[in-house]
Design a protein around this ligand. Structure first.
Ligand code: GLN
Length: 489
C-alpha cells in the first residue's frame, strides 16, 4: 500500500517525482479506513467522492505546474472544524445534524495549500475529555492496544495518524488535547502559541485557550503543515498578525548549547515511574546532542488543574449557551412551552461531561461565587503564566512528560472524574500561559507509547520544531508503528 505510515515529506517527494498520484494516496487511505475504522472508530465522516474529486484536481494542478509542498496530500480534520457542506458534529448529539455553510479558516488554508480532506475525526464531545470516551459516536480505540483509550480530546485524529489512515490530522488543544493523545498514540503533535492559528470556524470550548495545531508522524511534517495553517486572519480578532516564519527552514540547526529546563514539579508523585524513566532517557538524548540540562521550578504546577477546571468550564458555559434548541442545535420533540423546549433540548442534546462543565461554569460565574472562584482562578492563571515567563528567561525550552501515564484501559470505572482531570497536569500550564508546546514520541512502556513534551517561548514554534526534529534524527520512536493485524472486524 503506497501511503501506509509514510510521512508527508516522503509522500511529497513521491508525488513530485510522479511515482505516486494523489488519487492513489486517497484510494489507499479510503481502503485502510474501511478496513480498520470499524474497530478504531477514529473517523466519523468519510467523504469518499469529494476526496477523490479533490485528489484528481490536485493531480491536474501538478500537471499544470503547481509545486505546493502539500499538494495532493490527504488530511483528516477533527470534527470541531466547520467544513462547508460536510457534517460537523463536535461529537455531540447537539450538533449531530449540523452542516456548516462555511469552512473554518484552518480548513480553507490547508485546502488552498492543496491538501485533500478525507473526512472528519472522532473526538471527545465539544473537546471535553482526555480519553475520547465522551463522544456521542462512541469511544475511539488506541491502535497500539484496542482495549485502551487513545487519549483526548483529539483522540480520533491521533488514532487515525497512528494507524496510518492519513499522514496527518488537525487537532485542537485547550488543556492538552493535541499533546496528550499524540503521546498516548506515539505520534507528534504541536499546540501553537495562542493566536498563532486562527480560531475562526473552530467550534468554541474555552476561547481564551483553544488553539488548533497539526498532528503528524514527525516534527518535520508538523512544520510543513504549520507553514500553511498559521497566520493572521481578519475573521479572528485574537489571531496574531506576526509574520509566519518558514518553520521548515530551521529544522536542521544544531541544538548545541541550547538550555533545557527540567521543572522538578513535572517529575513528581503524579508521574508514573516507568514513564519518568523513559522521559528522562529521552532528555539525555537532547543532552547528547549538545543541550545543557538545567533544573528549574514551576511551583504552581499543582494549581494548574484546579485553575483550568474553573476557567475552562466558565468559558464553556458561556460558549455553549447558544445551543438552546432555537438558534442552534438539536431540538426536542413536541415541547409544551418555551421553558420545556430549552430544558429538554439541552438535557437530551448534551452528554454528561458537557453538562457537568456547564453547571460548574454557571456556578463559578454566578454573582455569589464569582469572586471566590472565577476571579481567584484568573489571578492564579496570571501567577502561573508569570512563573513560565520567568523560567523561560533562564532557559530556551522546558522539557518533561506530556502525560503522567501511558494509555489507560477503556471504561475504567476505578478512574474518577478528577483522576481524568489529572491527565492534564503537565499540559495545562502551556494553555494557561498561552505558550507553544509539542509532544514527541520518546519511548515505550510495556508496548505503549510515551511522549516527551517541550514547551517554548511565545511564538517560539520554530525552535520547538527544530529541537523535536533533532531529537527525531537521533531516535526512531516516531517511526515505530502499531501492529494492525487483528484490527479488522
Ligand atoms: N482534557 C482537557 C479537558 O477535558 C483538555 C481538553 C482540550 O484540550 N480540548 O478539558
Amino acid at each position: 500500500m503506497p501511503g501506509q505510515f509514510e510521512t508527508i515529506s516522503s509522500l511529497a517527494r513521491q508525488l513530485a517525482k510522479g511515482s505516486v498520484s494523489s488519487r492513489e494516496l486517497v484510494e489507499d487511505a479510503i481502503a485502510r479506513t474501511e478496513t480498520f475504522n470499524p474497530v478504531l472508530n477514529a473517523v466519523i465522516s468519510l467523504n469518499k467522492e469529494s476526496a477523490l474529486a479533490a485528489a484528481d484536481l490536485a493531480d491536474q494542478a501538478r500537471v499544470d505546474g503547481s509545486t505546493s509542498p502539500l499538494l495532493g496530500i490527504p488530511i483528516l480534520h477533527k470534527d470541531i472544524f466547520c467544513t462547508r457542506g460536510v457534517k460537523t458534529s463536535c461529537a455531540s448529539k447537539m450538533l449531530a445534524d449540523f452542516i456548516p455553510p462555511y469552512n473554518a479558516t484552518v480548513v480553507d488554508k490547508l485546502q488552498e495549500a492543496g491538501m485533500v480532506s478525507l473526512g472528519k475525526c472522532n473526538m471527545d464531545e465539544f473537546a471535553m475529555g482526555s480519553s475520547n470516551e465522551t463522544s456521542f459516536f462512541g469511544a475511539v480505540k488506541n491502535p497500539w492496544d484496542v482495549h485502551r483509550v487513545p487519549g483526548g480530546s483529539s483522540g480520533g485524529s491521533a488514532a487515525a495518524v497512528a494507524a496510518g489512515l492519513a499522514p496527518m490530522a488537525t487537532g485542537t488543544d485547550t488543556g492538552g488535547s493535541i499533546r496528550q493523545p499524540a503521546a498516548l498514540c506515539g505520534i507528534t503533535g504541536l499546540k501553537p502559541t495562542y493566536g498563532r492559528v486562527s480560531r475562526y470556524g473552530m467550534i468554541a470550548f474555552a476561547s481564551s485557550m483553544d488553539q488548533a495545531g497539526p498532528m503528524a508522524r514527525t516534527a518535520e511534517d508538523c512544520a510543513l503543515v504549520l507553514n500553511a495553517m498559521a497566520g493572521h486572519d481578519p475573521l479572528d480578532s485574537t489571531c496574531s498578525d506576526l509574520a509566519v516564519p518558514d518553520y521548515s527552514a530551521v529544522l536542521d540547526q544544531s541544538i548545541k548549547g541550547l538550555r533545557v529546563g527540567l521543572p522538578k514539579e513535572f517529575f513528581s508523585s503524579h508521574l508514573n515511574d516507568a514513564v519518568a524513566k523513559t522521559v528522562t532517557a529521552a532528555i539525555k538524548e537532547l543532552e547528547a546532542a549538545g543541550a545543557k540540562i538545567v533544573d528549574v521550578s514551576l511551583p504552581s504546577t499543582d494549581l494548574g488543574v484546579s485553575t483550568y477546571y474553573v476557567i475552562a468550564p466558565a468559558e464553556a458555559s458561556a460558549n455553549l449557551s447558544r445551543y438552546d434548541g432555537v438558534r442552534y442545535g438539536y431540538r426536542c420533540d413536541s415541547p409544551s412551552d418555551l421553558q420545556d423546549l430549552y430544558l429538554r433540548s439541552r438535557t437530551e442534546g448534551f452528554g454528561e461531561e458537557v453538562k457537568r462543565r456547564i453547571l460548574i461554569g454557571a456556578f463559578t460565574l454566578s454573582a455569589a461565587s464569582y469572586d471566590q472562584y472565577f476571579m481567584k482562578a484568573q489571578q492564579v492563571r496570571r501567577l502561573i503564566a508569570e512563573e513560565y515567563q520567568a523560567v523561560l528567561k533562564d532557559v530556551d525550552v522546558i522539557a518533561g512528560p506530556s502525560a503522567p501515564n501511558t494509555a489507560f484501559v477503556l471504561n475504567d470505572d476505578s478512574k474518577s472524574v478528577t483522576d481524568m482531570y489529572m491527565e492534564d497536569v503537565f499540559t495545562i500550564g502551556a494553555n494557561l500561559a498561552g505558550l507553544p508546546a509539542i509532544s514527541v514520541p520518546a519511548g515505550f512502556v510495556d508496548g505503549l507509547p510515551v511522549g516527551m513534551q517541550l514547551i517554548g517561548t511565545r511564538f517560539g514554534e520554530a525552535q520547538l520544531l527544530n529541537i523535536a526534529h533533532q531529537f527525531q534524527r537521533r531516535t526512531d520512536w516516531h517511526s515505530l508503528t502499531p501492529n494492525l493485524e487483528g484490527l479488522t472486524r
